[in-house]
Design a protein around this ligand. Structure first.
Ligand code: GTP
Ligand code: SPV
Ligand code: MN
Length: 597
């Protein structure tokens, strides 16, 4: 019980519907987390890692059907369908609540219902939001404890009267008397519902225990409900990393970047620049809440307290800061287990072991065709464990943003970097952002390029046309000289042999270096029909071992490819029921520039 009557009432209501054996209020302490981890290890759902190699850490293996976000089962429930728009699944709130009411009935039988008070954002920031998640998953509690400011710190504010968002989560796997539990309880796909009610600011998620489906502070609150609130209140809730960059002269730049799921946000947020004298620090790796302050500048906070990062591809070469972060006190999900009791995934440091236990708990021997770690296997770790975390990452005011990047996985057409002509052109570039779909979502479209406006396609809590209009209109809060500059970037160009043309990772600092010089007005760009590109000689490429012709390909604007791109953008824009007029104009202007080039 708390001192907040509304909260107690809601907890009681949910408990009488879901009939858990017990109700437990989370305090967010270290002892509590240890106890919960020990319980999951005891009941066989968690695997304690070797304390010599990976102290304080645990591995979970999900059900093979429950390995990523489920966009097909994610709903925005508004009174009118057009408010959810053409990119969201929609259901009327009453209809959805009726379905969920049936599904939740008795659904926590045999389990504990955990009450998780939490705060998104630094507890003392005016940008922050409080919430309470009810769940029957101890795995979710353990993860929420890392990803948010969870427990007494949040409850205290809620008891003092702070508004809180109701987040209800259930695994959908009740236990009958004497029934043996499974390591990863969840419901079948057709019973999963990740549902959002922007009009009443509620989230109800049923049937999945994985990532963004279940850790409701993240995509559901900070992005879907968050973006809907942000529109109402005049700020931005975005799927963006936040990076602090200091040049050798000691000048500081804050850069945020919208890249779709599994497309390099965590890596860029933790970049170790290969250019000497440059320093990079992490403010956030997935979500940015941004508002224009009285000085006309755009300030961003990271609403999260931890990283839920893609494991595969992470190594001391590609992302040393992530590797150091996960050296202890880390939750791993769906990665492989070594015979020594440590974790393993694709491209991690060291040789491939002869034997592993794969992410499904089966023996794996070197040479076997299957992948021992799932491509969406993840680590959950506190931001405070990251060696590159910026000392001001929890500044309640946020950090002032100088540049916004939008980037996708585009094997062709889109150049390494392209500066927009102005704010509205930048919003156009964001609106047509394309990227190959990754394993971060359960989909039959993995590997195909899809348009993902500002990497928010699966996360905008309202009509995507209104979302882009909101971006356009935000400029009124500032003046062109104070607005961040917007850049399209593409680390993922490939050659005919399917090899990446650009080394990526730490070498992306070379692109950031050019951007900062552009911000300072120190370097000229080449004006092309699609935007402002670097001259090859203005990019610092010393020490790189690029393939013959790589830079030419990375910086070219191929007229034929762009005509095809134009046609594809037109096709994409047809889907909108509320395309802002300004974007239709931007498209027309691009066509004219391409035709007269
Ligand atoms: P979410 O957490 O799903 O939102 O993903 P994210 O955008 O944070 O992506 P992340 O940084 O975890 O990278 C996803 C995958 O892309 C990893 O396997 C990385 O190794 C790979 N990757 C990241 N940056 C680069 C890059 O610059 N070049 C190449 N080739 N791969 C990269
Ligand atoms: C993403 O898919 O963008 C993620 C992982 O960051 S999840 O938390 O599952 O949404
Ligand atoms: Mn993400």
């Amino acid at each position: 019980m708390s001192k907040n009557v509304a909260l107690n009432k809601w907890v009681e209501e949910v408990a009488s519907l879901t009939t858990p054996d017990k109700i437990y209020w989370c305090d967010g302490s270290t002892e509590e987390r240890e106890r919960l981890i020990n319980e999951t290890v005891k009941n066989g759902s968690g695997v304690r890692l070797n304390p010599q190699l990976r102290p304080g850490s645990v591995l979970f293996r999900s059900d093979p059907s429950d390995v990523a976000r489920v966009e097909d089962r994610t709903f925005i429930c508004t009174s009118l369908q057009e408010e959810a728009g053409p990119t969201n699944n929609w259901m009327h709130p009453e209809e959805m609540k009726a379905i969920l009411n049936d599904l939740f009935k008795g659904s926590m039988k045999g389990r504990t219902m955990y009450v998780i008070p939490f705060c998104m954002g630094p507890v003392d920031s005016p940008m922050s939001m409080f919430a309470v998640q009810l769940t029957d998953s101890p795995y979710v509690v353990i993860n929420m404890g890392i990803m948010t400011r969870m427990g007494d710190v949040a409850l205290q504010k809620i008891e003092e009267g702070a508004d809180f968002i109701k987040c209800l989560h259930g695994l959908g796997y009740p236990l009958e008397e004497g029934q043996q539990d499974v390591p990863w309880p969840c419901a079948p796909m057709e019973k999963k519902y990740i549902s959002h009610f922007p009009e009443t600011r509620e989230i109800i998620s049923f049937g999945s225990g994985y990532g963004g489906n279940a850790l409701l502070g993240k995509k559901c609150l900070a992005l879907r409900i968050g973006s809907s609130i942000a529109r109402e209140e005049g700020w931005l809730a975005e799927h963006m990393l936040i990076l602090k960059l200091t040049n050798p002269e000691g000048e500081v730049f804050y850069i945020c970047g919208a890249f779709p799921s599994a497309t390099g946000k965590t890596n860029l947020a933790m970049i170790q620049p290969t250019l000497p004298g440059w320093k990079a620090e992490t403010v956030g790796d997935d979500i940015a809440w941004m508002h224009f302050d009285e000085d006309g500048r755009l300030y961003a906070i990271n609403p999260e307290a931890g990283f839920f990062g893609v494991a595969s591809g992470t190594s001391s070469d590609s992302n040393p800061n992530a590797m150091a972060s996960v050296s202890h006190n880390t939750v791993f999900t769906n990665v492989a287990l070594t015979d020594e009791g440590d974790v393993w995934w694709e491209d991690i440091d060291g040789p491939v072991p002869d034997h592993l236990i794969d992410w499904q708990g089966n023996d794996w021997n070197k040479g076997d065709a299957s992948k021992p770690a799932h491509p969406n296997g993840r680590f959950t770790v506190a931001a405070s464990q990251c060696p590159s975390i910026a000392d001001n990452w929890e500044d309640p005011r946020g950090v002032p943003i100088d540049a916004i990047l939008v980037g996708g996985r585009r094997p062709s057409t889109v150049p390494l970097v392209n500066e927009s002509f102005d704010w509205n052109h930048g919003i156009f570039l964001g609106s047509v952002l394309g990227s190959e779909v990754t394993a971060a979502v359960i989909s039959d479209k993995i590997g195909q390029v899809r348009r993902d406006p500002f990497a928010m396609l699966p996360f905008s809590g309202y009509n995507i046309g209104d979302y882009l209009l909101h971006w356009l209109e935000m400029a009124k809060e500032s003046t062109e000289d104070k607005l961040p500059k917007i850049y399209s970037v593409n680390w993922f160009r490939k050659d005919s042999e399917n090899d990446f043309l650009w080394p990526g990772f730490g070498d992306n600092s070379r692109v950031l270096e050019w951007i900062t010089r552009r911000l300072k007005g120190e370097v000229e760009a080449v004006e092309t029909p699609i935007g402002l590109l670097p001259k090859e000689e203005d990019l610092r490429l010393e020490g790189l071992d690029l393939k013959e012709g790589a830079m030419k390909a990375l910086l070219e604007v191929d007229p034929e490819a762009w005509k095809a791109e134009l046609a594809s953008i037109k096709e994409h824009y047809k889907m909108y029921d509320r395309l802002p007029e300004e974007l239709a104009q931007q498209l027309k202007a691009l066509e004219e520039r391409l035709n007269s080039a």
